[in-house]
Design a binder for this molecule. Structure first.
Ligand code: F6P
Length: 341
């Protein structure tokens, strides 16, 4: 069987482990030939094909990024995009597609599957907000990087008696903020799941600095928002088209805290450093497990499903079940972050 493989959406560490697993298992165990499409669904629509053999996946297990390239492109949202995808598949005699991506890529996967193509998806996102799976590829590495950053910020915060705001990624869910906040011992963790009250934060910081501390760390997810009706305006961190503007909430929060408390305050926006570099062992293992499960699923004739981690097991879940849902941080995890402040 000829199987097409693509990576879509933002890159994450661990994608190459998944690609390697699909190729090794596909060629070795099942005798398939695997071809790659460059730059996500766009490459599939444009017929931008590359061979993917064992030679192409040598020494990629520990490397970050994606050897296939990636893009944010949704064929169903583009006039003629879906037809172009179907035409490429026919021209290249591809019988099944494996796509590795986050919510946008998975949504496209369900549309392509609905059009009659055999599609199996693999979840990746550092945000860890894909519904239906306990973990997505890339999350563990991002938390490791963010935790190290918080640790490093601690020492300089303490030396200078400062309030340090660390903005991490997470547009719709605060998984990185909550976990790196707990692991790094942040005093305040702010996530999109629970809109915050700036007055409470200011009171808390003032009390803490009066009582026993001369520095504080605030970890804020880029998608965190002030609660409506509180004294910080709501619109300031969304862009012209309603999208989250990275750095906006961190900078705004830093300015508000500095103004209201008089504390020396600095802002660090971690940004894409969270998505770069070497994957952790956990992401290499997850990518490898998902890759094997995906090619096995395709071989077994599955379609319209996504590989998922449930506890210790890799299972398949219908793409239809996850569409339009965001896996939010459970309240008890946010409560743990609060309890340890
Ligand atoms: O969706 C994953 C993510 O890393 C988000 O956390 C972040 O908001 C976004 O991608 C950044 O996207 P881009 O790489 O297009 O700037």
């Amino acid at each position: 069987m000829r199987v097409g493989l693509l990576t879509g959406g933002g890159d994450v560490p661990g994608l190459n482990a998944a690609i390697r697993a699909v190729v090794k298992r596909g060629e070795g165990e099942h005798g398939h030939s695997v071809v790659g499409f460059r730059n996500g669904w766009k490459g599939l629509a444009d017929g931008d094909v590359m061979p993917l053999t064992r030679q192409h996946i040598r020494n990629v297990l520990a490397s970050g990024g994606t050897l296939l390239g990636t893009a944010r492109y949704h064929p169903h949202a583009d006039d003629g995009g879906l037809d172009a995808v179907l035409a490429t598949l026919e021209a290249e005699r591809i019988e099944a597609v494996i796509c590795i991506g986050g919510d946008g890529t998975l949504h496209a996967a369900s549309k392509v599957a609905e059009a009659g193509v055999r599609v199996v998806a693999v979840p990746k996102t550092i945000d860890n907000d894909v519904w239906g799976t306990d973990r997505s590829i890339g999350f563990d590495t991002a938390v490791t990087i963010a935790t190290e950053a918080v640790d490093r910020i601690h020492t300089t915060a303490e030396s200078h008696n400062r309030v340090m705001i660390v903005e991490v990624m997470g547009r719709h869910a605060g998984w990185i903020a909550a976990t790196a906040g707990i692991a790094g011992g942040a005093e305040v963790v702010l996530a999109p799941e629970e809109p915050f009250d700036i007055d409470r934060i200011v009171r808390f910081l003032q009390h803490r600095h009066r009582a026993h501390a001369s520095f504080s760390i605030v970890v804020v997810a880029e998608g965190a928002v002030p609660a409506r009706g509180t004294s910080m305006s709501y619109e300031t961190q969304v862009g012209r088209f309603g999208e989250i503007v990275a750095g906006a909430i961190g900078e705004r929060l830093g300015a508000e805290i500095a103004e209201r408390t008089g504390f020396d305050t600095r802002v660090t926006v971690l940004g894409h450093v969270q998505r770069g570099g070497t994957p952790t062992p956990a992401d290499r293992i997850l990518g490898s497990r998902f890759g094997v499960a995906a090619i096995d699923a395709v071989t077994a004739g599955e379609s319209g499903v996504m590989t998922a981690l449930r506890g210790e097991d890799v299972v398949l879940v219908p793409l239809a079940d996850i569409a339009g849902k965001v896996k939010q941080v459970p309240a008890d995890l946010l409560e743990t972050a609060r309890a340890l402040a």
